[in-house]
Structures are given as structure tokens and as C-alpha cells.
Design a protein around this ligand. Structure first.
Ligand SMILES: [Zn+2]
Length: 257
């Protein structure tokens, strides 16, 4: 049973053939897909979508949405997260890639939004799916300040170095591994996978983004997750079946499904 622990199947790029894409995922052995809805306007559709047998959903407010949300959205988030097929808060986090680096305010706003959602994650005992781009130090500091609360979750699409990986793992977080593992220039990420115990890895597509090497330049989809699973199996010197079994167990345990 393969689980795609991070997908955006409600993206408009799937509007023309969503059911076919889901069928292809099923044919490839995928038996659960986590749909990530990270803007308030997408939450209702994601909950509706999660009525499908093997679709689960995570709801949250993405750091790049920091200027577009209102306080009432956080209250609504807390209510919606109690839905039975809603397995996590996410994706939430920090993304300093596009911010105006002369403005400290934007960083503070992102930190504030992230902290509010981590507090919800802790309160509802739902794990966090964490997006972190160009902000690893602030992320580590912030999560460290929450450490005593026992927040759990995954660092989605991990792209840091082995030292940063070690710190997240020490705090009890898992690492999400995506298509970039199959790229020629991803030696640092392969090193992270090599050094990380497989019980700490989750496999994701982040589709329609980040297709594996074989499909680069195309739309990504859940059935392509097998490329990433094969790459992990090769690095860990395990069979693909064993890699699927262990990483799916990791997901079931973390997200209580
Ligand atoms: Zn995503």
C-alpha cells in the first residue's frame, strides 16, 4: 500500500482529467493520497474531496498567504480540522524565498502565523505538515521553542543539509522526500536519505509540482511516486516492497490512519 503523503490534486492543472489521474495512482499501487489545502478558500473543496475513499486532507494557511488571511480564518481552521478525514495541519511554515529582505515585518508576520497554527496542531493533537524554504534557522529556533509541547509532524519536501536534518530528527520530526531525490544534482539530498533511518522518512509527490527526473518538465501526479520510492530503495539498499511497507507504516503512525 503506497501512500502519497502530499498532493495538490485540486489544483486547476488536474481539472480536465482528475479521475483518470486518481485511477492511474490506484493502478500504480497508491492506496491513500493526502490532499493539502493551504489557502482558506480551498478548505471546503478539500473536505468534500476527502469523502472519496482513499483521500485524506490537511488544512492550513501557507506562509506565502500571510497577507491574505484574516483572524477568523484561524478559528474556522480549528473547527474544520476536527473532521474525521482531516489528518494534519498543513502546509504551514516559513518561506523567505520571495520576501523583501529589507522588511523584517514580513518575516515576523510569517513567524506569527506559523506559531498560531502550531498552537492549533498541538491543541488538537494533529501533526503539522511543515513547509520551509530559505528559513531553516528560524524554523529550527521556533520549533525548538515549542519542543516541550511535543509538536509532531513532517518537514515537507526536505531540502536542507544533513546537519539541519539531524536537528529536525532530534526534535522528533520526520522528513518528507519528493521527486528532487531523482535529480542529477541532488547529491546533498541523497546523502540526507542515506544517513537518515528509514523509519523517519515519508514519501510525497507535491504534485502537480516537482516531477521526478523521468517526467521533468511535465505535470507531476501521484502515480509517479514510484520513481521516488525506487530511488529511496536504491540508497537504502532495500527492495521497493520493503521501502513501501516501512514508509507507509511511518505515515500511518504519524497521521493515525
Ligand atoms: Zn505542497
Amino acid at each position: 500500500m503506497i501512500i502519497d503523503t502530499h498532493a495538490h490534486l485540486l489544483d486547476a492543472k488536474f481539472d480536465a482529467d482528475r479521475q483518470t489521474v486518481i485511477q492511474r495512482a490506484f493502478d500504480a499501487g497508491v492506496r491513500a493520497i493526502f490532499e493539502i489545502a493551504c489557502e482558506p478558500k480551498d478548505w471546503d473543496a478539500a473536505l468534500e474531496f476527502s469523502k472519496n475513499d482513499f483521500i485524506y486532507t490537511a488544512l492550513g494557511i501557507h506562509p506565502l498567504e500571510v497577507k491574505n488571511y484574516q483572524a477568523k480564518d484561524l478559528a474556522r481552521l480549528e473547527t474544520l480540522l476536527t473532521s474525521p478525514k482531516c489528518i494534519a495541519v498543513g502546509e504551514i511554515g516559513l518561506d523567505y524565498h520571495y520576501i523583501d529582505h529589507s522588511s523584517k515585518l514580513e518575516k515576523l508576520d510569517q513567524l506569527d502565523l506559523f506559531a498560531s497554527q502550531i498552537a492549533i496542531s498541538k491543541k488538537l493533537k494533529k501533526p503539522a505538515i511543515i513547509h520551509c524554504r530559505d528559513a531553516y534557522q528560524d524554523m529550527l529556533d521556533l520549533l525548538d521553542s515549542f519542543a516541550e509541547y511535543g509538536v509532531s509532524g513532517v518537514i515537507h519536501c526536505f531540502s536542507g543539509n544533513t546537519c539541519e536534518a539531524e536537528k529536525f530528527l532530534e526534535m522528533g520530526f520526520l522528513l518528507g522526500i519528493d521527486g528532487p531525490l531523482t535529480y542529477k544534482n541532488s547529491n546533498a539530498l541523497r546523502d540526507v536519505v542515506f544517513k537518515t533511518d528509514i523509519s523517519k522518512l515519508l514519501i510525497e509527490t507535491d504534485c502537480p509540482y516537482l516531477p521526478p527526473q523521468k517526467y521533468r518538465g511535465q505535470r507531476n501526479e501521484p502515480s509517479y511516486i514510484t520513481e521516488t520510492l525506487e530511488a529511496v530503495a536504491k540508497i537504502k539498499k532495500l527492495s521497493v516492497e520493503e521501502t513501501v511497507r516501512i514508509t507507509s507504516e511511518n505515515a500511518k503512525k504519524l497521521f493515525a490512519i
